[in-house]
Design a binder for this molecule. Structure first.
Ligand SMILES: [Zn+2]
Length: 119
């Protein structure tokens, strides 16, 4: 048996990937996990999308952490507001992508303040 597996993160081939990710990708993933966890410590009950907006970590990855039970998500299920926020985030990413092509010096990386979840 000479089966190789491709890393789910970078796509490189490895002979043995028990977690589906190579060591490099696991490192990057851990860093992002720590980032989200730190942020959640100060922002309990935040929605997933709010965490993504604040930390810059991909929504898909945050969802994986939750599925793995490493992050607890007890916040509200997605509201219309979250869906709006997701659209805004997507639009922002698109805008940043085109902006970074035009002008690499724009600083839009600072987390936005003032977003609140209404209860
Ligand atoms: Zn990898």
């Amino acid at each position: 048996m000479t089966a190789v597996q491709s890393c789910k993160g970078c796509g490189k081939l490895f002979p043995f990937l028990p977690r589906g990710l190579c060591a490099d990708c696991i490192d990057v993933r851990e860093e992002r996990f720590q980032t989200v966890r730190e942020w959640l410590r100060d922002n309990r009950g935040a929605s997933i999308i709010a965490a993504c907006q604040a930390t810059g970590v991909e929504e898909r990855l945050v969802a994986e952490f939750i599925r793995e039970g490493r992050l607890e998500f007890s916040g509200p299920t997605e509201s219309a507001k979250d869906l709006q926020a997701r659209e805004a985030l997507r639009a922002k990413l698109v805008a940043e992508m085109s902006a970074s092509q035009a002008d690499a010096s724009t600083s839009t990386s600072a987390p936005r303040r003032g977003m609140n979840v209404r209860r």
